[in-house]
Design a protein around this ligand. Structure first.
Ligand SMILES: Cc1cc2nc3c(=O)[nH]c(=O)nc-3n(C[C@H](O)[C@H](O)[C@H](O)COP(=O)(O)O)c2cc1C
Length: 213
């Protein structure tokens, strides 16, 4: 049953273009954020380029038990990810928006994802949160990039709403792409709806079959 008194979800929004407010990615993301807000949720927008986030050092491959949130944010890696981990754990999910760089996500986004590994490895700590994805490309690779990001976030246990293949392609401003804008806006709504229907309940875990409706 959906309870009318459920709390409003709070999402983080990570923008992965170094061109910040000038970028297509940012402008498409704004439409998703408008959808989140109008559906009753709230958000905090973060431009990844503004944060010092060092690349993953691959501790997992050396010793899987060392890949945990504490070790991942100390020493050489004592950077902005400590605060980001905490904000993510307190949130109900996030939107990840990227330009397409060589048929994949930008380096800013890839670095960020790699540094989430410790949250996954230490007990799937992002499980049950909601994820939304957006991409902007000049000509090719947007859908492919989104498929890759979906696989990563799904494998971290996040829930992805329907109609999540949201992208803008071309040099024309996003504002002249009504279909992309409509998809982006609906994504925001659907993140809030999915949270209300299914978020953070644990029904997907092996052994929780008895809790099924
Ligand atoms: C390093 C780099 C690699 C790129 N690779 C691709 C690509 O593989 N496919 C594509 O369609 N566009 C590619 N582009 C173009 C960008 O995806 C495109 O300009 C996009 O709109 C940039 O997003 P932004 O406006 O949010 O910064 C690339 C741009 C850069 C700087």
């Amino acid at each position: 049953m959906i309870c009318g008194m459920q709390k409003a979800p709070h999402f983080l929004a990570f923008q992965g273009s170094p061109r910040k407010e000038q970028s297509h990615t940012h402008r498409l993301l704004l439409e998703t954020l408008r959808g989140i807000q109008e559906a009753g949720g709230s958000y905090r927008l973060i431009h990844l380029i503004d944060l010092p986030i060092r690349p993953c050092l691959g501790c997992y491959s050396e010793d899987p038990s060392s890949c945990n949130p504490r070790h991942c944010t100390e020493g050489q890696l004592a950077d902005a990810m400590r605060g980001i981990h905490q904000s993510l754990l307190a949130s109900d999910g996030f939107v990840l928006a990227t330009p397409v760089y060589w048929f994949g996500a930008s380096g800013w986004v890839k670095n960020f994802l790699d540094r989430l590994t410790s949250l996954e490895n230490a007990g799937k700590l992002l499980e049950g949160k909601i994820a939304g994805l957006l991409a902007c490309a000049e000509e090719a690779g947007a859908a492919h990039t989104l498929m890759h990001l979906m696989a990563v976030l799904n494998d971290m246990g996040l829930l992805i709403p329907p109609y999540s293949v949201v992208y803008h392609v071309g040099r024309e401003p996003v504002e002249r792409d009504p279909e992309a804008l409509a998809y982006a806006y609906r994504l925001g709504w659907n993140m809030v709806r999915l949270y209300r229907l299914a978020g953070n309940r644990g029904w997907w875990r092996v052994g929780s079959e008895a809790d099924q409706i």
